[in-house]
Design a protein around this ligand. Structure first.
Ligand SMILES: C[S@@+](CC[C@H](N)C(=O)[O-])C[C@H]1O[C@@H](n2cnc3c(N)ncnc32)[C@H](O)[C@@H]1O
Length: 220
């Protein structure tokens, strides 16, 4: 594992020095997959919006305690939710900050991003005790060994896994989140994965690849 963070043409890139032919990782909310989700996800009924409880006239405030590339958080923010992200890897956090900075300067979505998206680099088991607002929803998407074959997913997930490891404390994070979220905790898992901490959710929403496990709080 030999990576380098490099600033090129005004954006921060994570370069794999062992395989320089591989395109570097950049967090770019304004083009590619994330921009596509922002533009077309709403019409296609992004499952994530149902999972977090978005309804006509209600946009829950959310803490994303496993921010990663910030994609899910960004999509939720563009749907009108106030989202606070937490990420503990300093490398990923630096890339994320750079992506947010560029999105904030965008003419179209900059003002919305400034209003709706905030970020902190830290360990969620501590940061969840001092979030900027009381979260109705806590969103968790911890690392899980992926089986997907797509080259892009493989590359991004492999790099993420090499940098952040396996999130082996995810069970404890769920247990803590359940005591803090005022409405629900949503856990994103690969469709084939077991329940986090072995705790059965009240309900799950399934897509072809993923499952959103929904834990209503306070538990009935
Ligand atoms: C699979 S990625 C999340 C991807 C994200 N949902 C997205 O849309 O880009 C998981 C991330 O959560 C972070 N993470 C896991 N446990 C954490 C914790 N306890 N505190 C802070 N960050 C954590 C990892 O460092 C990793 O970057």
């Amino acid at each position: 594992m030999n990576y380098s963070l490099q600033m090129r043409i005004g954006r921060l890139e994570l370069v794999n020095l062992d395989q320089p032919s591989i395109a570097p990782i950049v967090i770019d909310f304004l083009s590619g997959k994330t921009a596509y989700r922002r533009k077309y996800g709403h019409a296609g009924g992004e499952v994530i919006s149902k999972a977090v409880g978005i309804k006509k006239g209600h946009r829950p405030n959310i803490v994303d305690a496993t921010a990663g590339w910030g994609r899910d958080a960004f999509v939720l923010a563009t749907m009108g939710c106030r989202v606070h992200m937490i990420e503990r890897s300093a490398v990923i956090a630096t890339l994320l900050e750079d992506g947010i900075r560029r999105a904030e300067h965008d003419e179209k979505i900059g003002p919305l991003i400034k209003d709706h998206l905030s970020f902190n680099c830290g360990e969620s088991q501590q940061e969840l005790l001092k979030t900027p607002f009381e979260p109705e929803v806590i969103y968790l998407d911890p690392m899980f060994p992926h089986r997907e074959k797509s080259a892009l997913v493989k590359k991004e997930m492999r790099m993420l896994q090499e940098i952040v490891g396996q999130d082996e404390d995810a069970d404890e994070l769920l247990t803590l989140a359940l005591t803090i979220a005022t409405n629900r905790v949503v856990v994103k898992r690969p469709a084939y994965a077991n329940f986090l901490a072995g705790i059965k959710p009240q309900t799950s929403i399934k897509t072809r690849k993923h499952r959103f496990d929904i834990y209503l709080t306070p538990r009935p």
